[in-house]
Structure formats: C-alpha cells, structure tokens
Design a protein around this ligand. Structure first.
Ligand SMILES: NC(=O)c1ccc[n+]([C@@H]2O[C@H](COP(=O)([O-])OP(=O)(O)OC[C@H]3O[C@@H](n4cnc5c(N)ncnc54)[C@H](O)[C@@H]3O)[C@@H](O)[C@H]2O)c1
Length: 427
C-alpha cells in the first residue's frame, strides 16, 4: 500500500495575498451561496469582495444580499455599471449561462462559470467567439478535478504509469435521492439543462478529457427515460399536496426545513419554480438511462454509462494503457461510502499490483470545492502544474460530448465533435 498525503503538493494552496477583486453574481442560487458567497466572506476577505447579486427571482436575490451584506440589483447591466466587477460569477440555471457569460465579457469582465458551461453547440460557439473577441477570460469550475483521488489519477497518468491510454470505461450511478432530485426541478426539461448527459455528465466527460489530455472526436449514444416520468399511475403535481404522500418511495417533506421554505417555497410566487415536483410527471423529457461510446482524436476509446435510480451512488472506472491498467471504485452513498480511504489499483504489465490509498478529504464534492476555491480566490499566482484550472475550451469539450450524445440518441447516427464546433476538420 502506498500512503498518500491529504493534499497533493501540486494543488495545495500557499497563502499568498492577491489584490482584492470585486465579484458580481448572475444567479442567486444555492450553489452561489454555498460554493462562492459564504466562503468568500468567511475565508477570502483579503482577496475578494462581493459587488452584488442579480437574479430574476427577487426573493432569492434578497436572501443572498442579506446573507452577504451586499447590494441586490433588479437589472444585470445596472449591476455591472454600479458594482464595476472584475469578474462575474455565473450561477443561474444552465440554459442562461451563455447570456450572462457573453454580456459580462462584452462589459470587460472576466467570468467564472458553473458547469455545464452551457447546454448546446450554438451557445458553446457563441461563448468561444465572445471570449476571443473581447480578450477577457472564462474559467469553468470543474471541482471534480480537485478531488485528491482524481488528482492522483492524473499524476499517475502524467508519470506514464500505464503508458498510452487506449481504453476507458466509466460508469456513474446516481442514487434515488440525489438522482431523483434532477427529476423534481428545472433540470427535468432538456431546454433548461441539456439533460443529464450535459448537466451531470459534463463533470465526468471533463475528467476523462483531462486525464487523457485529449478531445473527443466521434460519439454514439443510446438513452431512454424508463424509470421516472409517467411510469406510475399514482402521481401528483408536487409532494407538498400529493394524495400518495404516505405510500410514495419518492415523497419528500420540506415543511420543517427553514432554508428550503425561505429560499424556494417563499419564492415560488414570482416564477413558479417548485422544489418538490412529482418525479412521475409527464413534463419530464430527460433520460434516466444513458450509454455513450466515444473515440478520441488520438484514438483512445470510451465506454460511458449513467443511470439515475441506483440503490446507492458512486462510480467506477478503468483505464487500460500500453503498459498497464488503473482501476477505480468509489461509493458516494451507502455503506461503502463510510470508508476512510479511496483506492486506486494499478496493474502493471509484469504482474505487479499497487494499491494507492488516498485519504478521503472533508468538504463538499470530496474536498474538490475547497481546493478549487483556494485556486480561484487564494492562490491564483501559483503554477498550475497539472492544469487543474479549466477554460472555455475544456468547458466546451465536456459539453459537446454530451450534446453529440443527445443528437446521436435522437438520430441513431454517430456525431462528430468537429461538426458541432464548426472548425475545420483535423482528419
Ligand atoms: N459544480 C457542482 O458540483 C455544482 C453543484 C450544484 C450546482 N451546480 C451548478 O450551479 C448552478 C445553479 O444550480 P443550483 O442547483 O444551485 O440552482 P438553484 O435551483 O438553487 O437556483 C437557480 C437560480 O437561477 C435563477 N434563474 C433562473 N432563470 C434566470 C435568469 N434568466 N436570469 C438569472 N437568474 C435566473 C433562479 O431564480 C434561481 O435563483 C447550475 O448551473 C448547476 O449546474 C454545480
């Protein structure tokens, strides 16, 4: 067994004081609060200040304003004029990311955007063109790259431990709590999220792209909605008023949850966003069962699957190369999630087996959120030796793999990423 330290030396943050930057928010979401606003106030006051919040929902915008003692604006452009941010943090629902990214770039701001960068190829091209035109910079916050376990895989691959990677298998399974949540909320419409092959798989496709140091080329996919949607006769509009509350496996109860009441339920009157819609609704048009095959530009092949109704949550992956194989298995809920270490098993071609035990890091997303924030707000000047920080090209590549998969599901044909990028073919 090889012991690992809690933080990789390549990603650890060293306190270095940066000039104070002003950040303004497009989207007063839960993610805006938990990932950015609260930690900026608590930990990064020397390098970051919040210039204001904009959201189309005044209740959520006011909540963030109160929590951060920062101004709230009813107009995004007015916020840019008054707050004069260096950088806009985009944390709205996915379908509008492109609008705020482009408007912020045009106003001379850099942008930090949540994943997915956007939800289709046209919006991707518009973002890439705006960034080029304005000379400002887009950062896409791929927090999974920063999980110590995932970072260690990158280190092993960069060190050539298994040679050139020829094949990747990657399987992600969402459980019936987390997975079901995507079928209650805005994500359940493809027009809002691009479906789970964009909204969720963008994390996974980015990891694979980053690990390989390559971009996808051809994509073929199958996908269906078999589990959620109108598969049950016993269904209602929402859990709060459902006649089947006592018997439904998917019933959720938020009556005594002060945060949910104040942040979502009290805000419904303005936009009809209900946090507890029925997972068996006819309105759902995203898949819950997805399989993707892809080939990379340098020839590696990927087999990927995603389901949203597993008894427990987690993922498994294998990477097989010219000199060996890496196997990964990680539970995120259920009994195995209690283990204190994650294990990376490396098989070499001469029969050696090495188990790398990586201590599980505290904090959201396997410690990824903390390490990413250190980079964003605390240690911007440190060298980024493994290329953890992602720009718009990486954001586009992870989205386009999902967009190509969506198009392939619809047409039954393989889809080329170059056709979506509309750049000259490399072949
Ligand atoms: N990286 C991660 O691990 C991670 C985790 C959670 C969420 N996210 C991302 O963060 C973003 C927010 O997700 P959430 O679950 O916190 O959302 P949420 O449901 O809490 O909030 C979404 C917000 O978008 C606002 N909104 C809707 N339309 C808008 C418009 N046209 N202009 C401005 N605001 C608008 C809503 O009023 C709401 O306040 C999403 O892009 C999501 O993918 C990332």
């Amino acid at each position: 067994m090889l012991g690992e330290t809690q933080r990789s030396p390549l990603t650890s943050s060293v306190a270095k004081v940066c000039p104070v930057k002003t950040y303004a928010f497009a989207g007063a979401s839960k993610r805006a609060l938990d990932m950015y606003a609260a930690p900026i106030l608590e930990r990064f006051g020397e390098s970051a200040r919040i210039g204001g919040f904009f959201d189309t929902n005044p209740v959520r915008a006011a909540y963030l304003g109160r929590a951060s003692a920062a101004p709230v604006f009813a107009d995004f452009d007015e916020m840019l004029r008054q707050a004069r941010p260096d950088c806009v943090i985009v944390t709205t629902i996915d379908r509008y990311h492109h609008e705020y990214i482009i408007r912020a770039l045009e106003a001379g701001c850099d942008v930090i955007t949540e994943k997915p960068m956007t939800i289709d190829d046209e919006r991707c091209r518009a973002i890439l063109a705006a960034e080029q035109r304005t000379g400002k910079h887009v950062t896409v916050t791929f927090n999974y790259r920063f999980m110590p376990y995932v970072t260690r895989v990158k280190e092993l691959l960069v060190a050539g431990t298994i040679g050139e990677v020829l094949n990747v298998d990657f399987e992600w399974y969402l459980d019936r709590r987390h997975g079901a949540d995507y079928f209650r909320r805005w994500h359940r419409r493809k027009e809002n999220s691009g479906g789970l092959l964009v909204h969720k798989a963008t994390h996974h496709f980015d990891l694979i792209n980053w690990w390989l140091g390559d971009e996808p080329d051809h994509v073929f996919a199958l996908g269906q909605r078999r589990f959620y949607g109108p598969t049950h006769a016993e269904r209602g509009e929402r859990c709060a008023t459902c006649a089947f509350a006592g018997t439904c496996e998917f019933h959720v109860e938020y009556r005594d949850d002060e945060f949910m009441q104040a942040f979502y339920f009290a805000a419904e009157q303005h936009d009809g966003y209900m946090r507890d819609r029925c997972v068996f609704s006819e309105e759902i048009d995203i898949e819950d069962t997805m399989n993707v095959l892809a080939r990379y530009r340098n020839g590696a092949q990927l087999s990927y699957s995603l389901v949203a109704y597993s008894p427990y949550e987690g993922w498994r992956s294998t990477l097989t190369g010219t000199k060996g194989r890496i196997e990964l298995l990680e539970a995120e809920s259920g009994p195995q999630a209690e283990e204190q270490h994650s294990t990376i098993t490396v098989y070499s071609r001469d029969g050696q087996v090495q188990c790398h035990q990586i201590p599980k890091a505290a904090g959201d997303h396997g410690g990824g959120d903390d390490r990413l924030r250190d980079r964003l707000f605390g240690a911007q000047e440190l060298p980024d030796l493994l290329g953890h920080m992602a720009g718009s090209r990486a954001g586009a590549m992870s989205v386009l793999l999902g967009v190509a998969a969506n198009q392939s599901i619809a047409s039954g044909q393989a889809v080329r990423i170059d056709d979506l990028l509309q750049e000259p073919s490399r072949h």
